[in-house]
Design a protein around this ligand. Structure first.
Ligand SMILES: [Zn+2]
Length: 430
């Protein structure tokens, strides 16, 4: 498939040239998405550019060439984050930053990440065509290792830039091949030490905006090309153990059992209904469960499970977590088992400032598109940056809501409208 397959041709097939105005070129965007897709292309037509791999590095190098051609001054920090600077009329003002990432999950798609980087760059191309210079500096950013596929972590580049990365913990990570973080970094000319030095003076940046595919179906259901992210949910991970008594499945009467799995089952069933009581954007998922001793003729003595809880509002997220723990307490009483609870991860959600949502809404309407706001359930680099700087996010319609697979798709019509909105939005800030 891979030798015949051509993303550029696939994208341009259904493209409506009327979206080419103000110097924005759908053909250039499609060609660049295609050239990036060739780096780490899998047999399934997917993308294999793991964070800190040679493929991610190669993709960055290609993007750097384009950024240089567009007149940007390139710098790279010790985490491998790339910045392309366009001077503003007032070079001392804080910059507007826009971009995303070029790494992928194993056998992922070609839009998650690259679309945000190339959209930010396409704005510069459009300006170049008309000789426009923004009042404040504008920077295109490529963050390293957003997906975290190698070390089961993620958002690594943006954490390094904001000084949020735990360097000691980072240094202790090893990948599936047993390679340490240091060895992996050395492979691309960096080190744990350079990584630690990647912290940026955030006073140089005024705001960040990220274009990203929605990875959900809301825009498609509303037949809209783009939408305003109203807030970015941060993941909270809860770990529960239900501890009963293991026993023989044949010799223990039903009245004398302390079955940990029955308690866990009731718990999973009940917390499925809880998020909607707190907010429309709250979600809770049990995606991991271990049963002990896990024998066909043994009453389960212990169940360990994990709950992933998210919401874009901190208050309702916290209320939901509290309620889930109460539910575990109630159920453990009812089924005469014990429970243990531990929170293993807590990333606070990032609200998008109202004035930025308003500006984005105006930019959307300027292009004859209806405004729609929607939550981001997934974390993005904007989630990390948003803890320090005002951020905005623009989602682009994802076909069937599919992402992190080779089938990930956004039409070029929708992608280019995203660039047009981004351009108008950035111009309204500068
Ligand atoms: Zn992404």
């Amino acid at each position: 498939m891979s030798s015949e397959w051509d993303l550029h041709q696939e994208l341009i097939k259904d493209y409506d040239n009327r979206y080419d105005y103000n110097g924005v070129s759908g053909d250039r965007l499609a060609r660049r998405l295609h050239l990036l897709s060739e780096i780490g292309l899998t047999d399934d037509g997917g993308s294999m550019r793991i964070g800190f791999s040679q493929e991610e590095k190669q993709a960055k190098e290609l993007a750097i060439e384009w950024m240089k051609e567009a007149g940007l001054a390139i710098s790279q920090d010790g985490a491998g984050n790339i910045f392309g600077l366009l001077e503003g009329k007032d070079p001392d003002k804080p910059a507007v930053l826009s971009g995303s990432h070029l790494d992928s999950v194993p056998n992922g798609g070609h839009f998650d990440g690259p679309l945000g980087v190339l959209s930010a760059l396409e704005v510069v191309e459009a300006w170049r065509a008309s000789g426009y210079q923004p009042d404040v500096p504008y920077e295109v950013v490529i963050f390293s290792d957003e997906e975290g596929a190698r070390f089961n972590s993620g958002l690594t580049g943006s954490r390094a830039m904001t000084g949020t990365a735990d360097i000691e913990l980072q240094g202790e990570l090893t990948d599936q091949d047993g390679k340490s973080f240091e060895e992996v970094m050395n492979g691309i000319g960096l080190s744990t030490e350079t990584f630690a030095g990647a912290v940026r003076n955030l006073e140089e940046i005024g705001t960040f905006v990220e274009v990203h595919i929605e990875q959900g179906k809301r825009l498609e259901q509303n037949n809209l090309p783009v939408g305003i992210v109203e807030g970015i949910a941060g993941p909270s991970w809860l770990e529960f153990d239900f501890i009963g008594k293991a026993g023989h499945a044949g010799n223990t009467p039903m009245t004398e059992r302390q079955d940990a799995l029955v308690a866990a089952g009731e718990f999973i069933r009940n917390i499925y209904d809880l998020p909607r009581e707190y907010s429309d954007s709250a979600v809770a998922t049990v995606g991991k469960l271990n049963v002990y001793p896990n024998g066909i003729n043994v009453i389960p003595g212990k169940v360990a499970l994990n709950v992933d809880v998210r919401d874009i509002f901190e208050e309702t997220r916290n209320q939901l977590i509290e309620r889930i723990e109460k539910e575990a307490a109630r159920i453990s009483k009812e089924f005469e088992v014990e429970y243990r609870f531990r929170q293993t991860l807590k990333v606070d959600p990032v609200p998008i400032p109202d004035h930025l949502k308003e500006k984005l809404g105006q930019a959307i309407e300027q292009h004859g598109i209806e405004r729609m706001e929607l939550p981001s359930g997934a974390g993005h680099d904007a989630l990390i940056v948003g803890h320090y700087l005002p951020v905005a996010m623009l989602f682009v319609n994802s076909k069937d809501g599919v992402s992190h697979t080779p089938d990930e798709w956004s039409s070029l019509n929708d992608c280019v409208q995203g660039v047009q909105v981004l351009k108008s939005y950035i111009e309204s800030l500068t």
